[in-house]
Design a binder for this molecule. Structure first.
Ligand code: F6R
Length: 267
């Protein structure tokens, strides 16, 4: 696992975008796994600047979102379909026909979950999965004690997650109780996992995921068993890590050949 600690939101966004662009440009059939919420916003903004200037072209990328609320219409302002459309598809110049979000409104939700898994497989699997982490350690909406082998399925949101996400709704009662989420087994099949976390309120979850035991009690700890996992943090999110100085030392001494390729901007 590589832990990168940075000092500003802008650096978190640029560094995340470097890794994402590098992985996708190396792939013959690029597939990106998308997260919603606050954590990846700086990365999406940095990618949008590159596609907007013509330095990066993502129009041939297939993309799959991690999760969706059950029961919100796709055009609801808080549905993840809306988030992806507004923050990812349009700004990054993705082809809307190639971008998939789990269907939280399907009559047969279980069949829709199976279809989603099949579509991910048909696309060749995910090259890089972007992840945030919940204050309770969840990734996707795999709440604590989710099976490490779980697949895309219906889950009940933990009360803390509903409380944390209430900021996006008028009142907490409007936050759905159910969701559809890729499972931990699904997520672990992505060839690279990239977790982004910012802010003091994520520090305990980050420490549990990175330095605690590999345990279903902290689904983010799944990254410890992955062959290529990158964790990109600001100082506040890194503030409970015991080995923070070691991670800074490793990153400062990383050989150039291991760093993402940076192409000179056009023009
Ligand atoms: C979102 C998702 C969640 C969030 C997590 C952190 O698609 O899967 O795991 O990444 O709840 O949310 P933010 O980034 O809003 O703090």
């Amino acid at each position: 696992m590589e832990i990168i600690i940075l000092s500003s939101t802008e650096e978190v966004g640029e560094t995340s975008a470097d890794v994402i662009a590098d992985v996708l440009e190396r792939s013959d059939r690029p597939v990106l796994g998308l997260a919603t919420g606050s954590s990846p916003v700086a990365a999406y903004r940095a990618l949008a600047a590159r596609t907007g200037s013509g330095d990066l072209d993502l129009s041939d990328v297939d993309a799959f979102a991690l999760d969706e609320y059950v029961g919100l219409p796709a055009d609801h302002e808080q549905s993840y379909a809306t988030f992806i459309r507004e923050n990812v598809v349009a700004p990054l110049g993705l082809d809307p026909a190639r971008v998939h979000v789990p269907d939280g409104q399907a009559d047969d939700l279980e069949a829709a979950c199976t279809d989603y898994e099949r579509a991910m497989g048909d696309a060749g699997g995910v090259d890089l999965q972007i992840l945030g982490i919940g204050a309770n350690g969840h990734i996707g909406f795999n709440e604590p004690t989710s099976s490490l082998e779980s697949r895309t399925r219906i889950k009940t949101l933990a009360p803390q997650t509903r409380q944390d996400n209430a900021r996006f709704f008028d009142v907490i009662d409007d936050v759905p109780r159910l969701c559809v989420t890729q499972g931990l087994g699904t997520i672990s099949e992505a060839r690279t996992l990239m977790m982004i976390a910012q802010g003091e309120h994520k520090a305990q979850a980050v420490a549990a995921a990175v330095e605690g035991p590999l345990s279903a009690m902290c689904p983010g700890s799944l990254l410890q068993s992955h062959r290529r996992a990158i964790v990109i943090l600001d100082e506040a999110a890194a503030s409970s890590l015991q080995l923070a100085d070691y991670y800074r030392y490793v990153y400062a001494n990383k050989p150039d050949w291991q760093r993402p390729r940076r192409r000179a901007p056009r023009g």
